[in-house]
Design a protein around this ligand. Sequence first.
Ligand code: GLV
Ligand code: MN
Ligand code: MN
Length: 415
Amino acid sequence: MSQRAQVQDRAAGGGREPFRAMWDTLLPIGRDPDGAGWVRYGFSPADLACRDWFTEQATARRLSVETDRNGNLFAWWGDPAAGDAVVTGSHFDSVPHGGAYDGPLGIVSGLLALDLLRQRGAEPRRPVAVAAFAEEEGSRFGVACLGSRLLTGALDPDTARGLTDSDGLTLAAAITGAGHDPEALGADPQRLARIGAFVELHIEQGRALADLDAPVGVASAIWPHGRWRLDITGEGNHAGTTRMADRRDPMLTAAYAVLAANKEARLRGGHATVGRIEVTPNATNAVPAAVSAWVDARAPDDDTLAGLVEAIRVRAAERAGRDGTSATMTAESLTPVVEFDTGLRDRLAALLGGAPVLPTGAGHDAGVMSAHVPTAMLFVRNPTGVSHAPAEAASDADCAAGVVALADVLQDLAC
Ligand code: GLV
Ligand code: MN
Ligand code: MN
């Protein structure tokens, strides 16, 4: 029997029930009552309830829980001060009306993997921890991987404190409300230096593993990606009385830019999405005065991404010239390509019986960590291939296989 089949077999033999039992305790938190997925914005009541859940689960396992200066949680098995720790984990927060698995699966799997290691009688020679990173999706404050970026110094704490949510509440105010000190935010080199390896398990955000008939895969790289805000201004006016020829309508420029982004991405083998738009004044019977559209763009390499974004900017500006509007594009975040540690990646793929090695277009805390710590990712098969939407899925058997794979990896690295 291949190692991959053995992993599946062992998971099927006993891992599904523990997975389902723990999963069911987390699932109600932040679930939309009308069935439209999960809404768990960073530091919202739902996120805080998830964090309480984490503390309860960790405490029940006699793991010591610490919150770092940036609101990231760590549950430790062993003494963190010993250094060279092996850390796994992911995030609880979601996109608006997202799926259940993006983020929480990595945390639940981490806790269950530690259970499995203990059942195996494993005795780690390195400290092991499960982490829950803060505000990974950036759905509330606009910057993805906020907790890991602050921890690693990739995000300036003054900038972070001033970020606002859609109600105008600053991050500083939100974390104060959640019981954290905003003045403490910032790079934490000592805590980072204690981590010797980081492994994030994540639901796959595509169908590659389903096509390969494999429950678990290993990440090779993360595409470079970023977010740009396209601000278009025109002239607000009456929808009924303003002649078509007299309008300076920013919605036309926005509509053209959305189509251009799609076309330019297709031409370059990249991805470009406008999933968020704000219209001023947002009235049915008014030509808008201004439109802001957020462009999420990703590509296989940094140069292709730069070319894609520039092409969108140029085409929006050309169209603005024809519409009598003005368009400016501002970068809100940019993450260069991430190539995961090749030694670790190959070691994990071999350990997991030749698990498939795949790139991903999605950003992760693992990508941020990888600039500082040898980092790897495991993916669990998602038969729908859907992510950032309620149809995201994984079978309990595959989730259990993911737990076994993660336990094997942690045991290999830490014991
Ligand atoms: C996070 O999931 C992202 O890729 O935006
Ligand atoms: Mn996500
Ligand atoms: Mn995620």
